[in-house]
Design a protein around this ligand. Structure first.
Ligand code: ADP
Ligand code: GLC
Length: 504
């Protein structure tokens, strides 16, 4: 098949119909960066001319916020729910068309998308997310909404991964499936005795199918059956094929060979832009950095930190988990504070880490400030007001907060893994001389390595002109969604022609 004289900027010749399938979307339901991606990527693809829709579970926040819904089809009873309907409406804000699965028994309950208010996983997550994939496959097979049949089913993380197995095994469809791994560590494992609930052929109850060490793995449904697999940075795409980062699935990933690739996430500039951000004390850009100084002073006042213009103000906005290297930061904290760092942490997560950060605040009044909680507007004030944002992760598929930091002239201090390695240029002598430095990176997952990188940040901070140059380079780096959105559209076109060419 030839592509003819398609101009380089045209992703495809005809609008592609793309169905994104996901368990969260900003601002309706968010536990992490997945929600930010699912909100922004489809909009960026629409702006490039694609015909894009979302498919979401009908949690209370989704049922309340999606506008103008109408029933597409009454599905009846399935996956333990007596009454399931498929609705179509529009996202608040972007107006993106969104299918919502209204299954009150499975989705309409207080608590998180994956966990009950007590922090326990919902006991019926298998049914809740199998239904999500099953409805996606019916949309692809044109028997749910014949008025709109996708060319591409793009499933995000394990919650949506069953779409790929159902599309491949259950119903004949022309749609190609794409599976994006946002985090390989969360796999959707269930007891094998629940297999019969899925309605799939028993031959798939094997290591060549969905079986994973005696359990049933939704992640494997995506890895085994998707036409193409992506993850959210090129470096993480390589890492997950290794024993160290593969979470037991590196063999499966290596087995998919060239079907696996990495596409770096973007950031939503409608939400994260210091020149238009309504949540911060004063708006600013690279040419008007006085506003950043105002944000810094306002933040020190808000947090009860000493008004100290010389201190290096370091923030963290993160899940408090070992993935994020928060134990490394805790171990380094006394020395950091001793060197004149002011540290502000905002996050939730592991109860032991939460408690340890609370104790650190008590031990270092006026120098360490800890907020255990989730607060979007406060996250913007922290990113805008800080000098440095720390992301010392053990592994990081992409990471968005370092990208927010770059955009706000808040230099990232990161461990050199995954998307952090792909987005931050360490301020070593060569990069400083070449004018390419944008932050501080270290390799070993140790408090000592973190402290050495922080020492370099402190030294650079003491040389204001050099610091300003790095801030300008960081702010000039563009991570808008248009580029990655186009990369995905090209991948879709490729997956579709391979599927048609393969006679599937
Ligand atoms: P992950 O998805 O692994 O948690 P990312 O960096 O991709 O990491 O995305 C995290 C997202 O969640 C970012 O938008 C970040 O600002 C937000 N976030 C994390 N913790 C908090 C918090 N406590 N308050 C507000 N926003 C938070
Ligand atoms: C996951 C990853 C994070 C990534 C996000 C969005 O939560 O942990 O690194 O940025 O997904 O893709």
């Amino acid at each position: 098949m030839t592509t003819g004289a398609v101009p380089a900027e045209m992703p495809t010749s005809a609008p592609q119909r793309v169905l994104h399938v996901a368990a969260e979307v900003f601002p309706l339901v968010k536990t992490g960066g997945l929600a930010d991606v699912v909100a922004a990527l489809p909009v960026a693809q629409t702006e490039l001319g694609a015909d894009v829709r979302l498919l979401l579970p009908g949690y209370p926040a989704v049922m309340e916020s999606v506008r103008g819904t109408r029933t597409v089809i009454d599905i009846g009873a399935c996956f333990g729910a007596l009454r399931v309907r498929l609705l179509l409406g529009r996202m608040p804000g972007s107006g993106l068309p969104v299918y919502v699965i209204d299954a009150p028994y499975l989705y309409r309950r207080a608590g998180g998308p994956y966990q009950a208010p007590d922090g326990e996983e919902w006991p019926d997550n298998l049914q809740r997310f199998a239904l999500l994939g099953w409805v996606a496959s019916h949309l692809a097979a044109d028997d749910a909404d014949p008025a709109w049949v996708p060319d591409i089913v793009h499933a995000h993380d394990w919650h949506a991964a069953m779409s790929c197995a159902f599309v491949a095994e259950h119903l004949p469809t022309r749609a190609a499936s794409i599976f994006t791994v946002h985090n390989l560590a969360f796999q959707g494992l269930f007891p094998m005795h629940d297999w019969s609930l899925l309605g799939l052929a028993s031959r798939l109850m094997s290591p060549a199918g969905l079986e994973y060490h005696g359990q049933l793995s939704f992640m494997k449904a995506g890895l085994k059956f998707a036409d193409r697999i992506t993850t959210v940075s090129p470096t993480y795409a390589q890492e997950i094929a290794t024993h160290e980062f593969g979470c037991g699935l590196d063999g499966v990933i290596r087995g998919r060979g060239a079907a696996v690739s990495g596409i770096l996430n973007g950031i939503d500039e409608a939400v994260w832009n210091p020149a238009t951000d309504a949540a911060i004390a004063e708006r600013y850009d690279a040419e008007r950095l006085a506003g950043k100084q105002a944000c810094r002073r306002a933040l020190q006042a808000e947090l009860g930190l000493a008004r100290d213009d010389a201190a290096l103000l370091v923030v963290v906005v993160s899940r408090l988990t070992s993935q994020k290297g928060m134990d490394l930061l805790l171990a380094a904290l006394p020395e950091l504070v001793g060197q004149g760092v002011q540290l502000a942490v905002q996050g939730t997560g592991d109860p032991a880490l939460e408690a340890a950060f609370r104790m650190a605040q008590q031990a270092h009044p006026g120098r360490a400030q800890v907020h255990i909680g989730y607060d979007e507007a406060r996250a913007h004030r922290l990113v805008a007001g800080a000098d440095v944002i720390a992301v010392p992760s053990r592994f990081e598929p992409c990471g968005l907060t370092q990208l927010y930091g770059l955009r706000y002239g808040t230099l990232p201090l990161v461990r050199r893994v995954g998307g952090l390695a792909d987005t931050v240029v360490d301020a070593d002598e060569a990069a400083l001389a070449a004018g390419t430095a944008t932050g501080f990176a270290f390799d070993a997952a140790t408090p000592g390595a973190l402290l050495k990188a922080a020492a370099r940040a402190l030294a650079l901070r003491a040389a204001p002109a050099a610091w300003q140059r790095v801030v300008h380079t960081a702010m000039a780096q563009r991570n808008a969604w248009a580029g990655p959105a186009e990369q995905y559209l090209r991948l879709y076109a490729d997956a579709r022609s391979a599927k048609v060419g393969g006679g599937a």
